[in-house]
Design a protein around this ligand. Structure first.
Ligand SMILES: CC[C@@H](C(=O)O)C(=O)SCCNC(=O)CCNC(=O)[C@H](O)C(C)(C)COP(=O)(O)OP(=O)(O)OC[C@H]1O[C@@H](n2cnc3c(N)ncnc32)[C@H](O)[C@@H]1OP(=O)(O)O
Length: 266
C-alpha cells in the first residue's frame, strides 16, 4: 500500500506538472499547466467497510518490526503524504467505515473530510506504544489544536461523525454508503466551468472564450491550493515532522510496540 501510494503521488505530480520541491516548476508554470487537464480535486476512499487500516500488518510482522525499518517506513510515508498535500489539488477523504492507525493519519493528509454516520477514525498508535509516524500527529494538531489532539491520540478513542464535526475535523457527514457522492458534491462547489458552458460555444470565438474560461478557472483553483499549501513548505514545518519521525523511531520496534503489533488480528 505504501509504495503504491507513493507511485500515485508521483503520477499526480506528473499530471499537474508540479515539482517535488513544493514549488511551481518555474515562475510561469501556472500558465504552462496542461491545457487539456481539468483536474482540480481528488477524492480518497477505501473499499467495503474500511477506509484504510494503516500499515499492512502482515508485511510489518515479517519485515518492519525493527527500529531501522520503522524509520524507513516513517520517512517514506511522511514524504509521500507531504508531497500529496503540496499538490495543487483539493483533496477530500471520503471515509466509510474504519480508518485506523496510519489510516487515520491518511485522513489528516486531505484538505477536507467527509465521513459517514457510522464511520470511526481511530489513532491507535499510543495504545500500540508508539506515536504517529506518518506526519499525522502534526497534521492533527493543526486541524483540531493541541488539547483536542492530545485527547484524541492519548485516549485512542474513535472520532465519530458527530464529535468530529464539533471539533472541526469533519466537514461533511454523509448517510452510510453516500460518502463518495457527497464528497463529489462538496468538490463541485470549486468547479467554475461546466461541460454545459463548453457546449454553448457556437463559433470559433465562443470556443476560445470558453477554453480560456476553463483554463483560467482551473488555474485559479490550483493557484489557491498552491498558496495555502505553501504555508507548510517551511523549514519550521519540516523540522516538526522530523521531530515526530525521531520520536516515532525511538518507540517503534521496542518490545512493547512489537508485542502490540503481534497481538493485532493480522
Ligand atoms: C506506523 C503505522 C501504524 C500507525 O501509525 O499506527 C499502523 O498503521 S499500525 C496498523 C493499525 N491498524 C490496525 O491495527 C488494524 C487492525 N485491523 C482491524 O482492527 C480490523 O481488521 C478492521 C480494520 C477494523 C476491520 O475489521 P473487520 O471488518 O472485522 O474485518 P477483518 O478484521 O476480518 O479484516 C478484513 C481483512 O483485512 C485484513 N486486515 C485488516 N487490517 C489489516 C492491516 N492493517 N494489515 C493487514 N491486513 C489487514 C484482516 O486481517 C482480514 O483479512 P482476511 O482474514 O485475509 O480476510
Amino acid at each position: 500500500m505504501m509504495a503504491e501510494l507513493s507511485d500515485i503521488v508521483d503520477k499526480l505530480e506528473n499530471i499537474v506538472k508540479f515539482d517535488t520541491n513544493g514549488n511551481l516548476n518555474n515562475v510561469n508554470n501556472v500558465n504552462e499547466l496542461d491545457k487539456e487537464n481539468n483536474l482540480i480535486g481528488i477524492i480518497v476512499t477505501g473499499s467495503r467497510n474500511t477506509f484504510c487500516s494503516g500499515l499492512d500488518l502482515s508485511v510489518a510482522k515479517d519485515h518492519i518490526l525493527t527500529p531501522e525499518n520503522g524509520k524507513k517506513m516513517s520517512l517514506l510515508m511522511q514524504d509521500t503524504l507531504f508531497r500529496f498535500g503540496q499538490l495543487p489539488l483539493i483533496s477530500v477523504a471520503a471515509v466509510e467505515g474504519h480508518a485506523l492507525g496510519g489510516g487515520a493519519e491518511l485522513v489528516t493528509a486531505c484538505d477536507f473530510r467527509c465521513i459517514s454516520e457510522t464511520s470511526k477514525i481511530r489513532f491507535v498508535q499510543v495504545k500500540m506504544s508508539v506515536i504517529p509516524g506518518w506526519g499525522g500527529g502534526k497534521r492533527l494538531i493543526d486541524i483540531v489544536g493541541g488539547v483536542n489532539a492530545l485527547k484524541i491520540m492519548g485516549t485512542s478513542d474513535p472520532i465519530t461523525a458527530q464529535n468530529g464535526l464539533e471539533l472541526g475535523f469533519v466537514d461533511v457527514i454523509a448517510p452510510h454508503g453516500e460518502c463518495v457522492n457527497r464528497a463529489r458534491e462538496f468538490l463541485n462547489r470549486y468547479v467554475y466551468f461546466s461541460e454545459r458552458d463548453e457546449r454553448k460555444g457556437g463559433n470559433g470565438n465562443d470556443d476560445n472564450i470558453n477554453e480560456n474560461k476553463r483554463i483560467n478557472s482551473v488555474k485559479a483553483v490550483r493557484g489557491l491550493k498552491l498558496l495555502i499549501s505553501r504555508t507548510k513548505n517551511s523549514e519550521e514545518y519540516k523540522n516538526f515532522l522530523l521531530y515526530e519521525h525521531e520520536l516515532f523511531g525511538s518507540l517503534w520496534g521496542q518490545k512493547e510496540n512489537v508485542d502490540a503489533v503481534l497481538k493485532t488480528r493480522k
